[in-house]
Design a protein around this ligand. Sequence first.
Ligand SMILES: NC(=O)c1ccc[n+]([C@@H]2O[C@H](COP(=O)([O-])OP(=O)(O)OC[C@H]3O[C@@H](n4cnc5c(N)ncnc54)[C@H](OP(=O)(O)O)[C@@H]3O)[C@@H](O)[C@H]2O)c1
Length: 356
Amino acid sequence: MATPQPKGTILVTGAGGYVGGQIVREALESGFNVRITARTESSATRTISNYPSFASALSYTLVPDMTILESYAPAFADGAIEGIIHSASPVNFSPQDNVRDLLDPAIKGATTILEAARRFGRGKVRRVVVTSSFAAVVDPEKGVRPGYTYDEKDWNPVTWEGAVTAQKLTAYMASKTLAERAMWRWMDEHGDDVAFTLATICPPWVFGPYVRAPATRAALSESVLLLDDIVDGAAVPPFDYGGYADSREVAAAHVRALEAPDGVAGGQRFLVGQNFRYQAAVDGAREALPEARARLPVGKPGDRSPEDAHRFDGSKAARVLGVEYGTLKDTAVETYKQLFEIRKLEREEEEAKAKA
Ligand SMILES: NC(=O)c1ccc[n+]([C@@H]2O[C@H](COP(=O)([O-])OP(=O)(O)OC[C@H]3O[C@@H](n4cnc5c(N)ncnc54)[C@H](OP(=O)(O)O)[C@@H]3O)[C@@H](O)[C@H]2O)c1
């Protein structure tokens, strides 16, 4: 790997997660010093151990509650932070209490990081990049929506009232929508008083590799679980939201959006990703991996129905940020390689327990 030019220090929240882990890798490989936030000492050290060759460029700060402004004071205490990538947000499709489990942490967490940059950032923070989601773009009420192409102008129309009573996945989608809206509103109110601009990255389902795969499937992100659920299953899932992005592309988009000049990325949303069908992911994995042929259902190879479903336009991220999209086959293969490895480790662990 070429030695990158040093680029200053950025703060990354959610670094212990699936997407956040790839963001940290991308930022380090691009030459940034990265300070991660973590809720506990053990999760901070676990995350840092994923990047052994970057030990001197990585530091951490504990933020036990990302909705409390003062929690962030230590992260900024040395005046080093010049950029922020805020990826932390609950990814939970089965909330027991929408407000407590999703809406409060997502929305208050989103505005608190902006407030922290203003209060503690000493005017040094130039850009805040946020992991929003296609969930904040798509209108779930419109379903398949034949002939429509979603792009950055679109917004999920959910309201707070709707969010409080929404069920499962739509509750999560509402949390992402209201969090992104709250951030743009905050920028409308305070943008003239701060030295930073905001950019948001809106990926649909994220698939592709972890920097280091979790030891158990229980720790997988909800999106990766969607592909895991197909293993040893009877059928290939039908169309749902029509788009996917590779975890490495999503990470690249965040870092490029952090680096890009104000006139290019500041104040912008970026949809990152491509059109998606589960059958295409299964076809690609089955072509490349013998274990996928043994364990993924055949479905209807080549079927891309519904042909006329809504489409996903991720071209702005490619054009403006230089994100290079790979193939769904590669993304599916890299995901399933890790998923099969996790299952193998789980089996070995069970066998070892049975023997003990
Ligand atoms: N996966 C997708 O398909 C997808 C698609 C679009 C957007 N996104 C967005 O990408 C981001 C990361 O998602 P992911 O898939 O990587 O999920 P993940 O693996 O579950 O990671 C979520 C991260 O957010 C942190 N987090 C969650 N709730 C928190 C809270 N209340 N306080 C502090 N930290 C909290 C977690 O911290 P701990 O490590 O301490 O638990 C973790 O680091 C989220 O903003 C998500 O909405 C994901």
